[in-house]
Design a protein around this ligand. Structure first.
Ligand code: ADP
Ligand code: GLC
Length: 484
């Protein structure tokens, strides 16, 4: 079979720029697909860290005018990835977050910035400029959504796949921007980009894509319901035959406890006991009491409503009452950040919170904590629980989205059968989280059971192998369908 070529479109990509799991997926999926005969080149905005990280750069194309200024399309490589970057200083030469300015608000020209991403993608996808059209365009999340609206107007275009990583982020803007963004007025319709009176980038992706994927089977079902659809459930029910849920994997070279350069002691399924060295190192680094017997919970998370950390704060007295400790790393909503920092200050030695973004500390938490708390109200896939499984940090998770699909609850039946890899709870309430924390503490009091669960967790397949095979099948089916 001949190779498949894919133009990926993403607003963040590990290791160059990352705010969350989208970057991890955009950075790891192309590598996994390369083993399957799929060659992905990913188009990304040329933020400062992207331009600085590109090697072997050549200029591919020039736009005299791209939403308010000139732009060059650069081709280069980084971290084993083939990349195209849009060098457009008027849009992207801003340090820090790709989406938010120093005042904590979205950049006022985000519509133009990500319309530019879509417009360049559409132009490259039909072979303009470099002359080579890919077989498939694969757009990720709302920032890439407009590419599919622009492509829709081309008679000859590649097959398109849109992956929804999180329907909470929609890219909704006033309809008055239609003309400026180069969209015909007729596209502002229910059969188009209109979404409750706004122009929605996410709607463009979900409506125009030949295939829609999302990042877990359970989330694929949840988003077809009014409770989980965030306004898109009707559209997704209509398009259900084209929608599938494909779980994410994790990059097993970045997340490998046997080789991890960030942690005090490397370990593996054969030598899980060495985790205790990492636990003590983490406790010391964070100023927690170095008590080996204390059940140490960890959190690595964006601090937003989605992640349910307010429910965790409400459960802190109960957690500490069990003699447990908490190590938290995260950043996000200022109000909740402050509440977390205050809780840590009130319980020195028992609760530690690092507010910020710290890649190395994320690895140290995975390697050192006994259990990882993830009380998300919704979670399309979730990657931290996959890392937790691999590192033997038992995930304690809300039974939603990808968390439901990847963690096996250590209930009586599972324990009897020798399975189980974590703890699940539902519904996502303060009370049920309390029960989950108590259940985890009971399991902790039985070291043999705990060790077995830890072994099960570490043996779970969290690689990209199976997901990559599913994307390949999807791409090939779409190519065959469009050839007829
Ligand atoms: P989401 O994409 O919704 O934020 P995921 O679980 O899919 O959630 O992915 C989060 C990714 O970001 C993981 O790789 C996690 O380790 C990382 N991460 C989240 N917060 C931080 C932080 N404060 N510092 C370092 N890494 C973080
Ligand atoms: C989103 C979701 C998260 C998912 C990630 C990668 O940020 O919130 O659940 O793991 O995308 O698909």
């Amino acid at each position: 079979m001949r190779d498949v070529t894919v133009l990926g479109i993403a607003s963040e990509i590990f290791p160059l720029i990352k705010t969350g799991g989208l970057a991890d997926v955009a950075g790891a999926l192309p590598v996994a697909l390369a083993d399957e005969g799929v060659r992905v080149t990913t188009l990304v905005p040329g933020y400062p860290s992207v331009l600085a990280g590109l090697a072997g750069v050549e200029s591919l194309r020039h736009f005299t005018e791209l939403f308010g200024g000139p732009a060059r399309i650069l081709r280069g490589r980084a971290g084993g990835l083939d990349l195209l970057a849009i060098d457009a200083p008027h849009l992207y030469a801003r340090p820090g977050s790709p989406y938010i300015g120093p005042d904590g608000r979205d950049w006022p020209d985000n519509a133009q910035r990500f319309a530019a991403l879509g417009a360049v993608a559409a132009s490259l996808a039909v072979g303009e400029g470099n002359g080579v059209a890919p077989d498939i365009v694969h757009a990720h999340d709302w920032q890439a959504g407009l590419a599919l609206a622009y492509l829709h107007h081309h008679a000859r275009r590649p097959g398109t796949v849109f992956t929804a990583h999180n329907l909470a982020f929609q890219g909704n803007y006033p309809p008055s921007l239609m003309a400026e963004l180069g969209l015909p007025a007729s596209d502002f319709a229910i059969d188009g980009v209109e979404f409750y009176g706004n122009l929605s980038f996410l709607k463009a992706g979900l409506f125009y894509a030949d295939r829609i994927t999302t990042v877990s089977p359970t989330y694929a079902a949840e988003i077809r319901t009014p409770q989980g659809g965030m306004g898109f459930d009707g559209l997704l029910r209509t398009r259900a035959a084209l929608l599938s849920g494909i779980l994410n994997g994790i990059d097993e070279t970045v997340w490998n406890p046997a080789t991890d350069p960030h942690i005090a002691a490397r370990f593996s399924t054969a030598r899980p006991g060495r985790r205790s060295i990492n636990k003590e190192a983490l406790q010391s680094r964070l100023g927690l009491a170095t008590t080996p017997g204390a059940l140490l919970f960890g959190v690595i998370s964006r601090i937003t409503w989605q992640k349910g950390l307010d429910l965790l704060l409400a459960n802190l007295p109960g957690l500490l009452g069990l003699g447990a400790q908490l190590a938290l790393l995260g950043s996000g909503e200022p109000g909740l950040e402050d509440a977390i920092a205050e809780a840590a200050a009130a319980h020195p030695g028992q609760v530690a919170a690092v507010i910020g973004y710290d890649e190395a500390l994320a690895h140290q938490i995975q390697a050192g904590v006994d259990a990882l708390l993830i009380p998300s109200r919704f979670e399309p896939c979730g990657l931290t629980q996959l890392c937790g499984l691999r590192y033997g940090a038992l995930p304690v998770v809300a039974r939603v989205g990808g968390l439901a699909d990847t963690v096996i609850d250590a209930n009586e039946a599972a324990l009897a059968a020798g399975t189980g890899s974590g703890v699940q709870f539902a519904p996502v309430t303060q009370e049920m989280l309390a029960v989950a924390i108590q259940r985890t503490a009971s399991l902790w009091r039985e070291p043999a059971t705990w060790r077995r669960l830890q072994r099960n967790a570490m043996r779970t397949d969290v690689s990209w192998r199976r997901p990559a095979a599913r994307y390949v099948a999807l791409y090939r089916a779409l190519i065959t369908e469009r050839a007829h």
